[in-house]
Design a protein around this ligand. Structure first.
Ligand SMILES: [Fe+2]
Ligand SMILES: [Fe+2]
Length: 481
């Protein structure tokens, strides 16, 4: 079969020749009904009978891989798609540097690989669960469609990880695949594995922040796993990254459109001080200081996903050739890191300082730094909109010590500027930096759904271009209740 094109003749679309892989096909077909139950219980609330203008992958050719058409979400063709195998690919880092990439799981790395795949897999359905109620308050059909596109693709990413578990990890892989459908975001007894994936996504501003900041953590993790010496994992992640780009686009442009609308409204009303929250809110738009608080929250929660700054697990996974660095193959060094150091932000005698650590154990810190650099790009765009509108206000990323639950700074409190403060000051002041209940109520008050074709809620601007180049009055979702 042609690896570029996806076989849609089988129940589970794929480009991995499933029809000749009876055992795995059977396992996946056995898992399918549970997935559909999960989707109907925990997928988007409502709209399941609506026709949604969605893209489906029909190929893994980067030049053209998606087809847009109306589908009902439960009929979406969730498939298993791996990027084409690179001929003679070698392991690009670690102790096995230069050896042929593995096509099967090496026995000694089985547990580590399984754990990484399960953790990645767990995040995919979690975000769908977190976002399931958002359809009810979508600011437009365009946004509603984008939400559902992200949701079905996260569903596909779950399939991607489940395929790896079922094909390469035998019985325990099948058990893990079932567990992925059993855990629930925010559940007291059986939560999702990572903190940020158990938080609520209460409103559309949170959704945009989540897709900008938390999906971007996903991007960094997928990039590192795309370097893996375990070739099927590498190929899986490479294709997932193609889809993931759209999720972050939704976040970046979503926030841009909110900023745009706020600036326009302030200008029209003759407001010169963007920090005059009451005046701005009276216009029915999101004030910039509240936007900054939302940003503080989602950025800090996402930083926690990188784990401890100094980690022997990360060092072991690198040494073994399982998880590499961001853009590993483009880095000009020996890819062994045995004698290198990397500066790590640490708490030293009550001060935040850079300390050189062995580069191997500092890999989480390095990936987090790469992530922060990637985050900055969006801030530049948002700040450009603000300054172009003539306002003196800058959105900024808070200090990495701010509001952390994992790593070096989990036991201390710091301001967004990185000034250490005591518990009492934190309790007194945290409402200045993180969304308060009042802020949440205000945002919730804006979240009234808009379902007329081509219309947008008054707190957000229309997008510059439509999805699939569709015109502004395109009916992205044909609502059927
Ligand atoms: Fe994903
Ligand atoms: Fe995503």
């Amino acid at each position: 079969m042609n690896i570029m094109n996806v076989d849609y003749s089988t129940k589970i679309p794929n480009n991995v020749n499933l029809s000749e892989d009876r055992q795995v096909l059977k396992a996946l077909e056995g898992w399918h009904p549970g997935y559909m139950d999960w989707w109907s219980d925990m997928g988007p609330e409502g709209f399941q009978q609506s026709l949604v203008y969605l893209r489906t992958a029909y190929s893994v050719d980067p030049r053209g891989w998606a087809k847009f058409d109306y589908v009902k979400m439960p009929e979406y063709r969730w498939g298993i798609l791996l990027a084409p195998q690179e001929e003679n690919r070698v392991i690009p880092f670690g102790e096995n540097f230069g050896k042929p990439a593995w096509q099967e799981v090496p026995g000694e790395h089985r547990a580590t690989l399984r754990r990484l795949i399960v953790i990645q897999g767990d995040t995919e359905p979690a975000s769908v669960e977190q976002q399931r109620h958002l359809g009810k308050t979508a600011p437009s059909l365009y946004d509603l469609r984008n939400l559902f596109q992200v949701n079905v693709e996260e569903g596909r990413h779950l399939w991607a990880m489940v395929y790896l578990l079922q094909k390469y990890f035998g019985r325990d892989g099948r058990e893990e695949a079932d567990e992925l459908l059993r855990r629930r975001s925010g559940d007291a007894d059986s939560p999702r594995m990572l903190g940020a994936f158990n938080e609520a996504t209460p409103d559309w501003l949170s959704f945009f922040m989540f897709t900008y900041f938390t999906d971007r953590d996903g991007k960094m993790q997928l990039h590192s796993l795309a370097q893996s010496g375990f070739d099927p994992l590498s190929r899986t992640c490479r294709f997932m990254l193609t889809e993931e780009a759209h999720h972050m686009f939704v976040g970046e442009t979503g926030i841009s459109r909110v900023v745009q609308r706020t600036c326009e409204a302030m200008k029209a009303a003759g407001i010169s001080d963007p920090s005059d929250i009451a005046k701005v809110r009276a216009l029915g738009v999101v004030d910039l200081p509240t936007l900054q608080k939302k940003l503080n929250l989602h950025y800090s929660l996402s930083l926690d996903l990188f784990g401890s700054e100094v980690s022997t697990n990360a060092a072991n996974a690198f040494n073994a050739g399982i998880k590499g660095r961001y853009h590993e193959t483009q880095i000009k060094d020996d890819h062994h890191l045995q004698n290198d150091t990397y500066p790590v932000l640490k708490l030293v005698n009550g001060e935040i300082k850079r300390v050189d650590e062995p580069a191997l154990t500092a890999l989480n810190m390095r990936l987090r730094d790469d992530y922060t650099q990637d985050c900055v790009k969006g801030l530049l765009r948002w700040n450009k909109i603000i300054s172009t509108a003539g306002y003196d206000f800058k959105l900024t990323l808070p200090n990495v010590a701010f509001h952390r639950q994992i790593g070096e700074f989990r036991d201390i409190h710091a301001t967004p500027d990185g000034v250490l403060i005591d518990d009492a000051s934190w309790s007194k002041r945290k409402g200045e930096w993180l969304p308060s209940a009042d802020d949440g109520d205000f945002i919730a008050s804006l979240m009234t759904p808009v379902t007329e074709v081509g219309e947008f809620a008054p707190w957000i601007s229309p997008p510059k271009v439509g999805i699939d180049n569709k015109p502004g009055d395109f009916e992205y979702v044909k609502i059927e209740t």
